[in-house]
Design a protein around this ligand. Structure first.
Ligand SMILES: C[S@@+](CC[C@H](N)C(=O)[O-])C[C@H]1O[C@@H](n2cnc3c(N)ncnc32)[C@H](O)[C@@H]1O
Length: 278
C-alpha cells in the first residue's frame, strides 16, 4: 500500500511520540467523552461547540454539501459528523487508530458514512487535485514537519480548492501562562516559546506560529486569510487541557482578568484560523 511506503519516509521517532500521545487518548476524550455511545458523542459535541462556537462559522459545514472534503486529524469525530450530516462527499484520516475507530463508531451510531483511514498528513495517500476542501482543526502543528503537511494539503486540493486550517498562535495568553509556569517560576525566563510549546502543550514537539510565519507556511496558496481567536483556555473559562492541574491554576482561574483580556488583547488567542485558496 502506498501509505506504508510513505510512512517509511516520514515515520520518525518524533512522529511516533506524537502517535503514542494521541493513541493513549484522543483529543478531549478524557475530559468530555463519558461513554462511546450515541449520548456520549452528542454530549461531547455539545460541549465542544459551546466552548468553541467559532468552529462552525469557520468550518462552514452547511456549505459543504456535495463537495469532496478531506478532514485531516479527525480526533473524536465531532466535526467529521457535521460534514457528514451536511452531505459532504467525505474522507477522513488520523495518525492514530484510536481516532479512526472513534470516528467510525460515531458515524455508524448516527447512520452516516465517510471514507476513513489511518494516514499521515505529511504523506497523504491521495492523488493530486482530489478535494474541493481540506479541513484540519488543531492538527498540523503536532506533526513534526508542518511545512511538508501544508504542501500536501495544497497538492491534494484541486485548483481553486479551499484549505481551512487551525494551527496554534505563538503570542497567546496560553503561551504567556506556559512562560510564567515553566520559565519564570523556574527562574529561566529566557526559555524560548518554541521550547515551551514543544515540551508543555499536548503531544511532544507541538509548535505554534506567528502570523508572519503562518503566511510563510501558506506562501504557495493564491489567497490567504488569517485571524486569531481567544479560546476558553486563554480565558481560563474551562478545564485548560489534558496536562495541566493544580492549586496555582485554580487560583489563576479565580483571579484571571477575562474582561480586560477580551478588550485589550482580543488577538492574543491560541487558535489561528487560516483560510486559503489554491
Ligand atoms: C488535538 S487533536 C485534534 C483532533 C480534532 N481535529 C479535534 O479538533 O478534536 C490532534 C489530532 O491530530 C492527529 N495527528 C497528529 N499528527 C498527525 C499527522 N501527521 N497526520 C494525521 N493526523 C495527525 C492526532 O492523532 C490527533 O487525533
Amino acid at each position: 500500500m502506498k501509505v506504508e511506503h510513505a510512512e517509511q519516509a516520514t515515520d520518525t521517532r518524533d512522529k511516533r511520540a506524537v502517535r503514542e500521545f494521541w493513541q493513549a487518548a484522543s483529543c478531549g476524550e478524557r475530559l468530555y467523552l463519558e461513554t462511546a455511545e450515541r449520548a456520549g458523542y452528542m454530549r461531547q459535541a455539545e460541549e465542544r461547540y459551546r466552548l468553541e462556537p467559532f468552529i462552525a462559522d469557520f468550518a462552514r459545514f452547511e456549505a459543504s454539501r456535495g463537495l469532496r472534503v478531506l478532514e485531516i486529524g479527525v480526533g473524536l469525530g465531532a466535526d467529521h459528523q457535521r460534514f457528514a450530516e451536511a452531505g459532504a462527499r467525505l474522507t477522513g484520516i488520523d495518525l492514530t487508530e484510536r481516532a479512526v475507530e472513534h470516528t467510525r463508531r460515531r458515524l455508524s451510531l448516527f447512520e452516516l458514512s465517510s471514507n476513513l483511514s489511518v494516514g499521515d498528513a505529511e504523506a497523504l495517500d491521495f492523488p493530486d487535485a482530489s478535494f474541493d476542501v481540506v479541513y484540519s482543526w488543531g492538527v498540523l502543528h503536532h506533526s513534526p514537519d508542518t511545512p511538508r503537511a501544508i504542501d500536501e494539503v495544497r497538492r491534494v486540493l484541486k485548483p481553486g480548492g479551499i484549505a481551512r486550517i487551525m494551527i496554534y498562535h505563538t503570542w497567546s495568553m496560553i503561551g504567556f501562562m506556559l512562560w510564567v509556569r515553566y520559565a519564570l517560576l523556574r527562574l529561566r525566563p529566557w526559555t524560548s516559546m518554541r521550547t515551551l510549546y514543544a515540551r508543555h502543550l499536548e503531544s511532544p514537539g507541538t509548535k505554534a506560529y506567528s502570523i508572519a510565519e503562518a503566511r510563510w507556511l501558506m506562501r504557495r496558496f493564491e489567497s490567504v486569510r488569517i485571524r486569531t481567536v481567544l479560546t476558553h483556555g486563554d480565558l481560563l473559562s474551562s478545564d485548560a487541557g489534558q496536562r495541566h492541574r493544580g492549586p496555582a491554576l485554580t487560583m489563576a482561574r479565580a483571579l484571571w482578568p477575562r474582561r480586560l483580556i477580551q478588550t485589550m488583547l482580543p488577538r492574543a488567542g491560541l487558535f489561528m484560523l487560516i483560510e486559503a485558496r489554491k
